[in-house]
Design a binder for this molecule. Structure first.
Ligand code: GLN
Length: 447
């Protein structure tokens, strides 16, 4: 049924870079045998899932939606994907994204933009736009996304699905093609909170192949699927609801806060003004890490190589000039600049200090509150073709999500309504480190 739906939806939506029809059917058959033999009994056995195209799947084209990874088929699978297989899930394909996860609209993909299933004149958000659109258009039941600075939560909000960015270290980054390694986290995208928690439970694991992987005490996220927010203290940052927030988005989110209040939560406003520095700090840190991480794409070992060149240096130069898109080049240049001697202290080090202060501001907030309630994005999904010409404006749209990555915290985005045009509005709940269960409980109660 999912493959049929993909055939219907894909010509317009373009959620996938690769659909593995044959492979999916073969996996399904194998899983069915194991289910029949009683070897697979979990809730996800046989469920079709899509994987963002920056996660390695053995033998499957993995492109990061970039020309530079032309024809790259990894010889191994990422740990998160192995965990999907362990649960018996069927991987139907790889989803479209902003090139190397840099962007907020899925328009920087070499494979063309993905459209928002709610209104195809609009973007699905990004960078995990393909995963979120695929779930929204019923082209899979669940999907994996990655979130370096909102890339699960923002497109989930734009597509009316539920997406969760786990605490840094919860899901292994092994086999996730790195963007900003200190910020990247893989997380679930699903139709509702129950599916989202179930998928998180499947992919979260301690992995010695990722040195930042954390051994958590508790991986039982689905036990938090209970309807109860009595006495839960929820903080609303005043600063998040001022200028720049679309009035329709504001209204829908404050209404959702009232629903939680009616169900017994204690909702209060508080000050989190330091977060205004998150955007410059994030773009300095993420670009610095990206400039280093993307050094490996040189045309020598795998992926795209320019056709004509004179000598090694010319080959590197031409390959990278032709292989990377404009936004990726901008980040590499910015990142190399802030890491270069003479500028390192002024920009990179300052950004790291800002990151530490933001973490401290969140620590203080979580002394008083169980969670923070905020928008996921300042507007609903913009129209296609309107965002890329003004990158700074696009970066400013990340205001509500990126501080969460800088502080390594978990955040969930869930639908709370639609605007006049019928485009979904998402609410974000942010928790202290390792407090995903509180977020799941509150989201489930709201839903
Ligand atoms: N808009 C953010 C960026 O372009 C999103 C990054 C992400 O989470 N992958 O950096």
């Amino acid at each position: 049924a999912v493959l049929e739906q993909i055939k219907k939806a894909e010509p317009v939506i373009n959620s996938y870079v690769t659909v593995d029809e044959e492979g999916a059917l073969a996996q399904a058959e194998e899983v069915q045998k194991k289910i029949d033999a009683g070897e697979l009994t979990g809730p996800l056995a046989g469920v079709p899932v899509a994987v963002k195209d920056n996660m390695c799947v053995e033998g499957q084209l993995t492109t990061c939606s970039s020309k530079i990874l032309y024809n790259f088929k990894p010889t191994f699978s990422s740990e998160a994907v192995l965990n999907l297989k362990k649960a018996g899930m069927v991987i139907v394909g790889k989803t479209n994204m902003d090139e190397f996860a840099m962007g907020s609209t899925t328009e920087t993909s070499y494979y063309g933009p993905t459209k928002n299933p709610h209104n195809t004149e609009h973007v699905p958000g990004g960078s995990s736009g393909g995963s979120c659109a695929a779930v929204a258009a019923q082209e899979c039941f669940m999907a994996l996304g990655s979130d370096t600075g909102g890339s699960i939560r923002q497109p989930s909000s734009f597509c009316g699905v539920v997406g969760l960015k786990p605490t840094y270290g919860t899901v292994s980054r092994y086999g996730l093609i790195a963007y900003g390694s200190s910020l990247d986290q893989i997380g679930p995208v699903a139709k509702d909170v129950t599916d989202c928690a179930t998928l998180l439970e499947a992919i979260a694991s301690h992995d010695t192949k990722d040195s930042t992987s954390v051994e958590r005490e508790d991986y039982d996220f689905t036990s938090a699927l209970v309807e109860d927010v009595k006495g839960l203290k929820i903080g609303i940052p005043k600063d998040y609801f001022g200028d720049g927030l679309d009035p329709e988005v504001k209204e829908a989110i404050l209404k959702a806060a009232d629903v939680l209040k009616e169900k017994g939560a204690i909702v209060e406003e508080f000050d989190l003004s330091l977060v205004q520095y998150a955007i410059p700090a994030y773009y300095v840190i993420a670009s610095a890490e990206a400039s280093s991480n993307l050094e490996r794409f040189d045309g020598v070992k795998y992926g795209y190589r320019t056709e004509e060149y004179e000598g090694l240096h010319n080959m590197y130069k031409k390959t990278r000039s032709e292989g990377f898109g404009a936004e990726v080049k901008r980040r590499i240049m910015l990142g190399s600049f802030v890491l270069s001697s003479g500028y390192y202290d002024a920009y990179y080090l300052k950004a790291l200090r800002t990151k530490a202060l933001i973490k401290k501001a969140f620590d203080e907030a979580f002394e008083k509150y169980d969670m923070i309630l905020a928008p996921a994005a300042p507007t609903t999904a913009p129209e296609l073709g309107k965002s890329l010409s003004d990158p700074i404006k696009m970066y400013l749209g990340d205001i509500y999500t990126i501080s969460v990555n800088l502080a390594g915290l978990p955040g969930i985005s869930l639908p709370v309504g639609k605007d006049k045009k019928g485009l979904p509005i998402g609410m974000q709940l942010i928790g202290d480190g390792f407090q995903e269960k509180k977020l799941i409980r509150a989201a489930y109660t709201y839903e």
